[in-house]
Design a protein around this ligand. Structure first.
Ligand code: NAD
Length: 488
């Protein structure tokens, strides 16, 4: 495979079907987190680029063929995007690993496959955007509903799984006939540029997809913009709150996918060896930079010591390294800034009195140039400690002990987050009481955080508003319109 960066228009913005040069003064750098070295200089959009992209999306929505195209034709283009992602999977995986850090084999097996699956799944929805005929009690009248596209959608994504996040939003937005302006995160924008090239190649009409690289100023300008009808954002709670406030000025439709702090409840009967393996993997996916990662382990007091010592032992054997190396099990954190934030939480955990079982430091030796952090496990953790309350978004896991089932459900729910949760047991009553008691968007019984395009995803409380995926994803990108017909 050649250089995956060759031919990538890193110095361009994709507006109205053209790759246009941004202002040199707005360029920013993206680095390889495994080495800290410069990967590329990337174009940064300014306010006039935001105006141009929104105008292009508006024209494409109101006058272009996309929303009026035969559903099968729209479906064929979405399907083709899925095919192209798969065809170029190895190259995209390498590009994203170099920009974001996670192991290339994980990118291929999960991120790329999941992104392709989303386009294929939503290709199927193009021909299923039906409405209802409803029995209104009005004489000589029929009433039917239709699902129509919302309009111009601003899609703002985070850096942790950039391709997949773009696919989660683009699949349903495009299937429903919307046009979009997509803004990837400034820390890892490259795979989104490649995706835009593939969308072009698949025959997506001009102006339907516009891509603006840049930082928070670009996101803010999109959220404020009067020409944007909907904002779909995945990222932090703090930014989500800001977006919620600003978007309400113009009553924009809103989907917010914010953070998580998933509890994993381990019953006294759970098979500890199996549970340790699965929970460690679920906690350290993408070096813990995953909203769905299991990070609060509530373990029954009869097995908590065994669980803790086996987790620590297994964590010490995880192979850290450059994600391009096929033997790497865990890659680096995305940036020095993020590493400092993660390390700050570890220091806080220690100062608040938690016991450090393993890890707790930046990895040294050959890895010292990159942003590698050791898998870190705390025990003797109390419910009010910052390491349990806040989303760390790194490889830092906390073990807590419980005795009573109602008590553990209440403690699991005592969090501003409510994205997902897990319970591990063979006891049906235990599984049912915990899974029904926990208030979260998804509860997994005896499994890691599985994902599928058909299964709605999103959170309660500060974890967000709305759901992506499945039929819910289509609902989020459509408005219901009623048509009354009088025969009187
Ligand atoms: P972030 O909130 O800092 O940034 C996300 C995106 O928003 C970036 O593109 C950024 O440039 C943009 N942005 C920043 N400030 C903005 C503003 N004021 N207005 C508009 N846009 C703005 O988040 P991050 O650090 O990139 O990502 C990590 C977060 O994402 C974590 O909290 C994680 O849990 C969350 N996340 C959630 C899900 C989910 O499905 N719930 C999935 C992945 C990541």
């Amino acid at each position: 495979m050649g250089d995956v960066l060759a031919g990538l228009p890193t110095d361009r913005l994709f507006i109205d079907g053209d790759w246009v040069t941004g202002r040199p003064a707005d360029r920013f750098e993206t680095h390889d987190p495994a080495t800290g070295r410069l990967l590329a200089e990337v174009a940064g959009a300014d306010e006039s680029d935001v105006d141009a992209a929104v105008d292009a999306a508006r024209r494409a929505f109101e006058r272009g063929p996309w929303a009026r195209m035969m559903p099968t034709d729209r479906a064929n283009i979405l399907w083709r995007i899925g095919e192209l992602i798969e065809q170029h999977g190895a190259e995209i995986a390498e590009l994203e690993t170099r920009d974001q850090g996670a192991p290339v084999e994980d990118k291929k097996a999960f991120d790329v496959a999941n992104a392709a699956a989303h386009f294929r799944y939503y290709a199927g929805w193009c021909t299923k955007l039906d409405g209802q005929t409803l029995a209104v009690s009005v004489p000589d009248v029929t009433y039917e509903t239709r699902r129509i596209p919302v309009g111009v959608c601003a899609l703002i994504t985070p850096w942790n799984v950039p391709l997949m996040m773009a696919a989660w939003k683009l699949g349903p937005a495009l299937a429903a006939g919307n046009t979009v302006v997509l803004k990837p995160a400034e820390q890892a924008p490259l795979s989104t540029l490649r995706l835009a090239q593939l969308c072009e190649e698949a025959g997506l009409p001009t102006g339907v997809l516009n891509v603006l690289t840049g930082g928070p100023v670009v996101g803010k300008a999109l959220v404020r913009h009067p020409g944007v009808d909907k904002v779909s954002f995945t990222g932090s709670v703090e930014v989500g709150r800001d977006i919620h406030r600003v978007a309400s000025d113009t009553f924009k439709r809103l989907s917010l996918e914010l953070g998580g702090k998933a509890p994993s409840v381990i019953a006294p009967d759970a098979d500890i060896d199996t549970v340790v393996r699965a929970n460690l993997a679920s906690g350290l996916i993408n070096a813990g930079q995953t909203c769905a990662a299991y990070t609060r382990f509530y373990v029954h007091s009869t097995v908590v010591d065994e669980f803790g010592s086996k987790m620590a032992e297994a964590a010490q054997h995880i192979r850290l390294g450059n994600g391009l190396d096929a033997s790497t099990e865990m890659g680096p954190l995305v940036s020095q800034e993020h590493l400092d934030r993660v390390d700050g939480y570890v220091r806080k955990g220690i100062s608040e009195g938690a016991t450090l079982l393993t890890g707790g430091a930046r990895a040294g030796g050959d890895l010292s140039e990159g942003f590698f952090y050791e898998p870190t496990i705390f025990t003797d953790v109390k419910d009010d400690m910052a390491i349990v309350r806040d989303e760390i978004f790194g490889p830092v896991l906390s073990i807590l002990s419980f005795d009573d089932i109602d008590d553990v459900v209440a403690r699991a729910n005592d969090s501003r987050y409510g994205l997902n949760a897990a319970v591990w047991t063979r006891d049906l009553t235990f599984a049912k009481r915990v899974s029904e008691g926990i208030r979260a968007g998804a509860v997994y019984i005896n499994s890691g955080p599985l994902q599928d395009p058909a299964a709605p995803w999103g959170g309660m409380r500060s974890s967000g508003i709305g759901r992506e995926m499945g039929r819910e994803g289509i609902n989020a990108y459509t408005e219901v319109k009623g048509i009354w017909t009088s025969f009187a």
